[in-house]
Design a protein around this ligand. Structure first.
Ligand SMILES: Cc1cc2nc3c(=O)[nH]c(=O)nc-3n(C[C@H](O)[C@H](O)[C@H](O)COP(=O)(O)OP(=O)(O)OC[C@H]3O[C@@H](n4cnc5c(N)ncnc54)[C@H](O)[C@@H]3O)c2cc1C
Length: 582
């Protein structure tokens, strides 16, 4: 584990972590906040500045463990929340319980998303065990195992103090809010950004990306430098107390390394409320090894030419872009490690820094300062909200239902292909996301409807959905970060862009071919095509049997026959019944 814990002013060789071991556990009067601030982390500003109170209060002397609730940082390296938890656990001489949760009632619970998350959980479970000898406690909340929120029971009855990943988006915000109500005090730790959002004090006054970039440059560069130095540090954290608190758990945690409890078993028999129609993407595995493999190949083959190729949709799978968003959004790979590797390899590309450090971190600030980001009125600048409202009366050429959109049954070929790409590959190229989103304004009665549909279509199908970049990107389509433009129909003074205008600059035929290729490579086209479109002919023409399951990064995965079984079971059912079942 690389460390965030040394003082930035000390040289790497001099630095050491300050861990106060309190064998007596005598913290009667100590609040978690003052303990962390004054005793545990005073010389560790890099770690300290990422922490904020969720619920301050006295450390629970009856507590039997420190509990780290791992939400959106599914990795055991470069993880400031885990580092804080280990230090607390060492200092208070209490075992550390690392708990992660999956609940099949969460919005947009799909086979695609759950498979990816479970693969990530399996990977972090092995990493935790191998590097820190800490077991990962996985609590799957579902009908078959009861929906009991054990994290809350443990928070009130087992934990002395709780550490939680800074949540940013749903369902994690709700989980953090629940944890606020339990007995033990709790803190939140940001693991996602180089410049942690709480340091961007005047964010609400920052309404444009370039303003954000310039006003945070000095702070960010300073931290970037520190992050790079940390690479040379030798980890000095030691987990002192490893009694397995797991023995006393009030529920059976899921062991993903058990031969009977496979991910397939969980998907089929435990989390039965998920949408199976949105099936797994076999070429993007959720473990961190696959994530870093994709990153390393991109660094070698794509990073240098990123500025030139990033807007070329046809270079999507040819290292034009990194395709790292799904790994970054769940914290499966570390943004700190990615930055370090760029500097180590000495292949820099300013444009990539710009996207990665500024636009990405802007989105985290956005979700941090606007926790109500799912409500349009709360996020749009008033000029944008008002102008869109004023143009609600404008006649729309056609209103599509959500089902028609999901099934990409519009009269716009490029939009259909974008949606097909989301549905069948779980990805949509950055350069098409904006026109794809803006087009929905033309096909819905109000901006609220357009926002709701965009959120649904993105979050339900995109493997990188439900993350800060999702919501700031979607808001952007409707005027966020923009300035008023000349008045046009439907859009009012919001910048006009549509798939029709985009198709003039894109070889749509080649794009279609790319999607068909990717879809067949995923071994899924036939399955999904039965329900969503009638392009099976093109699939047959592509000469691909649809059964190849190898990953992009050269890994071979076992053939999955389950889809065929499901296909047989479901082919007579009407598509709408699938979507209505949730
Ligand atoms: C309507 C709309 C919806 C979007 N939905 C999502 C989403 O669900 N999830 C998601 O991660 N991104 C979303 N984005 C932002 C952006 O399109 C993706 O981050 C990018 O396409 C991811 O591909 P990549 O990893 O190959 O990016 P690269 O071009 O290789 O960039 C590297 C990393 O930088 C970050 N990044 C790049 N562009 C942006 C950006 N515009 N905003 C914020 N961060 C950025 C991402 O973390 C990305 O992985 C959306 C944008 C729009 C306009």
């Amino acid at each position: 584990m690389s460390s965030f814990s040394s003082s930035p002013s000390s040289s790497p060789s001099q630095s050491s972590t300050t861990v106060v071991i309190n064998n007596n556990n005598n913290n009667n009067e100590t609040t978690l906040s003052s303990y962390v601030t004054n005793i545990l982390l005073p010389k560790q500003p890099l770690l300290h500045e990422r922490i904020r109170n969720l619920k301050n209060g006295k450390i629970n002397n009856n507590g039997k463990c420190i509990m780290y609730v791992m939400l959106n940082t599914l990795r055991a390296h470069d993880n400031p929340a885990l580092e804080t938890s280990i230090q607390l656990s060492n200092a208070l001489n209490l075992p550390l319980l690392v708990l992660t949760i999956l609940n099949d009632k969460w919005k947009h619970s799909t086979e695609r998303k759950f498979n990816f998350i479970l693969e990530a959980m399996k990977s972090v479970s092995n990493e935790l065990k191998n590097t820190q000898n800490i077991p990962l406690t996985i609590n799957i909340q579902c009908k078959t195992k009861t929906y009991k929120p054990w994290h809350l029971t443990l928070g009130s009855r087992g934990a002395a103090a709780i550490v939680v990943d800074e949540p940013y988006t749903e369902p994690y915000i709700s989980i953090a809010n629940q944890i606020k109500r339990v007995v033990a005090p709790s803190i939140l730790v940001d693991n996602a950004c180089i410049l942690t959002p709480q340091l961007v004090r005047n964010f609400r006054a920052i309404d444009r990306p370039y303003k954000f970039m310039n006003s945070t440059k000095i702070q960010r560069n300073k931290r970037l430098l520190w992050t790079l130095k940390q690479n040379k540090l030798k980890d000095s954290l030691k987990q002192k107390s490893l009694e397995l608190y797991q023995k006393e758990l009030p529920f059976d945690p899921v062991n993903l390394n058990n031969n009977t409890m496979t991910i397939d078993y969980i998907l089929k028999h435990l989390v039965t409320s998920i949408d199976y129609n949105v099936c797994k993407i076999l070429t993007t595995k959720g473990d961190s090894k696959s994530g870093y493999k994709r990153w390393n190949i991109f660094m070698k083959k794509g990073l240098k030419s990123y500025d030139k190729k990033r807007n070329n949709v046809l270079e999507h799978y040819n290292f034009g872009v990194s395709r790292m968003s799904c790994y970054l959004n769940l914290g499966i790979v570390s943004p700190f490690k990615m930055m370090k590797s760029i500097f180590n390899e000495n292949v820099k590309n300013e444009k990539f820094f710009h996207e990665f450090l500024c636009f990405r971190e802007l989105s985290y600030c956005y979700c941090f300062y606007y926790p109500n980001h799912l409500i349009l009125q709360d996020i749009l600048p008033s000029w944008a909200y008002n102008t869109l409202g004023k143009h609600t009366v404008d006649e729309r050429p056609k209103i599509y239902t959500l089902d028609e959109l999901k099934e990409y049954k519009t009269n716009d070929l490029l939009w259909n292909l974008c949606q097909q790409s989301l549905v069948e590959t779980g990805e949509l190229h950055n350069n098409l996301r904006m026109p794809w989103g803006k087009q929905l304004l033309i096909w819905t009665e109000t901006a609220e409807d357009a926002y709701e549909y965009m959120l649904y279509l993105n979050d339900h199908f995109a493997l990188d959905g439900m993350a800060p970049p999702s919501y700031h990107g979607i808001g952007w389509c409707l005027g966020l970060y923009d300035s008023p433009k000349n008045e046009s129909k439907i859009f009012g003074r919001v910048r006009y862009k549509s798939t029709t205008s985009k198709s003039k600059y894109l070889n749509v035929g080649k794009y279609k071919q790319q999607i068909l290729m990717r879809s067949s490579n995923h071994g899924k086209r036939k399955f999904i095509g039965m329900f969503f479109n009638n392009n099976n002919k093109s699939n047959e023409n592509s000469g691909d049997s649809g059964s190849r399951n190898s990953s992009d990064d050269g890994d071979n995965h076992t053939t999955n026959n389950n889809n065929n079984v499901r296909l047989k079971k479901r082919k007579k059912q009407d598509i709408t019944s699938f979507f209505n079942q949730r």
